[in-house]
Every structure is written in C-alpha cells, then in structure tokens.
Write a protein that binds this ligand. Structure first.
Ligand code: AMP
Ligand code: MN
Ligand code: MN
Length: 355
C-alpha cells in the first residue's frame, strides 16, 4: 500500500466545517475528505489506533472510542500510546488493553489521533519509524499547529476535542455508536473543555455531547474520578506547585516547576500533574501561566502553557519550545535542565508581556 503520498495533504482546517449555519452534525465534514478516510478504513482489517505521548483524556478517549466504533463494523483495532494511561482514566472500557508498542507491525492502517506530527507519538514513532513512514495513515486532530501526518488528514481546530470531531465522523459516516464508545468520546470532550468551561466549547460541542448521552454515556462516570475524588498525594502535589509559584509583570505572568523531588515530597506520580498550568492560569490577574516539569532525565524539561488573548500559546511554544497546541493551551519540550528552560521561556514571555 505504498501508493499513498503523505506529502499531498488533504486537510480540512475549519474551512470544510461550518458551525455558523446550523448545519446538522452529520453534514459538517467535507464529503470528499470523509470518503477518502472511509476508503482507507474499508480497505483495512487490522488497524492500530494511536494516541499522542504523555496521554490525556482526549487522545485516549478518542482512540478507545474509535476502536469501539470500528470494532462494531468488524475491524480488529489495537490501541497504542508511548506512555501509560493516567490512573484517573481507568474507568474507560478497554483501557486495560492499551499497548506501548506496535508489536510486530502487522497493521494495514494506522489512525493517528489528537496530534498532527508523528514525533508527538514519542517512543511509538521512534520504535516504528520505518513502518509509520510506509503504512497508510489517517490523521484526525484538532490542533491549530497541526501539520497533518497522514495520507488523509481531518484537522479541525474549531473542534473542542478530537473526540468531538470523531462524533461528527461517526454521525456523517453512519457508523454504529455503542455505550462504551460514547463514554470514551465523552471523556475526550469533557477533559479537553474542562467540563465545558473553556472557550473552545461551542453549541456544536454540546450537540455532539448530547449524541453521546443519548447513546448511554453518563457524565458523572467521567467527572467523578477526574474532577472530584482525587488522591491526597495529588492534592499535596498541587499545593506544592501553587506555593512554589513565582510571578512577574505585576502578576500577569505566573510559573511554577516540578521535579522528581517534588513528586517524592508529595508522594505523587507524574500523571497527577494534569492541568496544573490551568490552575495557575485561573489565579486572579494572570494572563499567561507556565508549568515546567522535569522527571527522570534532568536534561529534558516539558512545559505546559495557558494564555489569555492576545497571547498565542501555540505560536510561542512552537517558536521557542519545539512544541505547539492551541492558541490558549499549548506545550513543548526543551532539551535543557529545568532552571535553564524556565529562564529561557520566562525571559521571552517577559519581553513579550512586560515591555
Ligand atoms: P498540555 O499543556 O500538556 O495540556 O497541552 C496543551 C495542548 O498543547 C494540548 O492540546 C497538547 O496536545 C498540545 N501540546 C502539548 N505539547 C505539545 C507539543 N510538544 N507539540 C505540539 N502540541 C503540544
Ligand atoms: Mn491531547
Ligand atoms: Mn485534544
């Protein structure tokens, strides 16, 4: 199946989607693009559905949701991600089958979700680079900075979550939607909107969620483990990050750090730091918040950025931190110790924000 050319992009970038004209959920995608995506799926039997590294509720919920959908039409789907699933997503049906490699690479198709660059799939990409370069790929994503890593790329930055885009896909392609698929997709939407609080929530996000509720998904199943009942270690970890925060530009810029030492003091695990940058951003007067973390290798620092208009987090992370994301929420990775990475990023933000 080498006839696909990954360099000729077939993207929709919002242009194929019109959420202002009250179009039905099953009329949102460019029909030609949908046909191309379905042709890839129809000609495949064994499909690897992959989620980006350092996974979140959207990439894993989307991967599992799509696997449950395609399983109902007779496809054999394997879900894979470089890193383990956060413990608070254990309720998602099928998460126990998550793989961390593409084993012997016997897949006819890879569906790459919630990221638009193969490098975002971390060790899955490093381990299987030659395979990923030759296998047909369907890429479905909602990031502004996505370049599209598939033979067919369905990229829609208007979607609050990749899971929202998958509901449009399922509706328009008339694919079956069972309760397990619906719960996983609802997890993606709830986590990427922080329970419909973020500005990425549109009427269409709510309509897609209503479809999932009608199919049997119960919001409480998602919200209770993710936003309510959290481990004490996570709350201790959070309080350390908040108390160590520093500010600049009269409190408009805030940042904090975490390392293995922070985890040890709190008794926490790395997956417990989800949305710490959002927590910092919600402090009164803050316009840009950055959470820096370095676990394991002290020469690698990852950062998570949240911003208010006019600051474009995706642009800043892409330009200075080998990253990307959305205008209001983005991230990146620097091959620097945490203090050097912090200095580099904060110096640039102070230049943009305080001068
Ligand atoms: P996070 O701060 O990890 O919640 O990420 C915020 C958003 O930016 C998410 O949608 C991520 O998928 C995206 N993102 C994080 N890191 C990167 C990166 N290195 N490159 C591109 N996008 C990223
Ligand atoms: Mn994600
Ligand atoms: Mn997402």
């Amino acid at each position: 199946m080498n006839s696909f050319d990954k360099t000729s992009k077939n993207n929709i970038r919002g242009g194929g989607i019109d959420i202002t004209t009250n179009k039905a959920l099953n009329q949102q995608l460019d029909p030609a693009l949908l046909r191309q995506a379905l042709a890839l799926i129809h000609s495949a039997q064994r499909i690897a559905v992959i989620a980006h590294e350092h996974p979140d509720g959207d990439c894993l919920g989307s991967a599992l949701g799509l696997a449950h959908i395609l399983g109902q039409v007779g496809k054999t789907c394997v879900i894979a991600c470089a890193d383990p699933a956060p413990g608070n997503l254990a309720f998602m049906p099928g998460i126990d089958k998550l793989q961390h490699t593409l084993d012997n690479e016997d897949y006819d198709l890879v569906i790459a979700l919630d990221a638009g660059e193969l490098s975002r799939f971390g060790s899955l990409y490093q381990k299987h680079q030659a395979f990923l370069e030759r296998v047909p790929i369907l890429n479905i994503d909602h990031h502004l900075s996505s370049s599209g890593c598939g033979n067919v790329n369905i990229i829609d930055p208007i979607s609050a979550a990749t899971a929202e885009l998958l509901v449009l896909f399922q509706q328009q392609a008339k694919l079956p939607l069972n309760k397990d698929a619906a719960l996983c997709l609802l997890t993606g939407i709830i986590t990427d909107t922080s329970s419909f609080q973020f500005t990425n929530t549109t009427a269409r996000t709510l309509e897609a969620s209503a479809v999932l509720l009608r199919a049997g998904a119960v919001p409480e199943t998602v919200v209770q483990p993710i936003y309510r009942t959290r481990p004490l270690a996570q709350m201790r970890f959070q309080s350390l990050v908040i108390s160590n925060a520093q500010t600049s530009c009269n409190g408009r810029l805030i940042w904090s750090q975490a390392t293995d030492a922070t985890l040890a003091i709190a008794g926490a695990t790395p997956d417990m730091d989800d949305n710490f940058s959002g927590l910092l951003r919600d402090i009164e007067g803050v316009e840009v918040a950055v959470f820096f973390k370095s676990y394991g290798d002290p020469n690698i620092t990852r950062l998570s950025m949240r911003s208010a208009a006019p600051y474009n987090a995706a642009e800043i992370c892409q330009r200075i931190a080998n990253g990307g994301g959305h205008a209001r929420a983005a991230g990146g990775t620097l091959h620097l110790p945490i203090d050097a990475a912090t200095k580099l990023v904060i110096t640039e933000l102070e230049r943009i924000m305080c001068t």
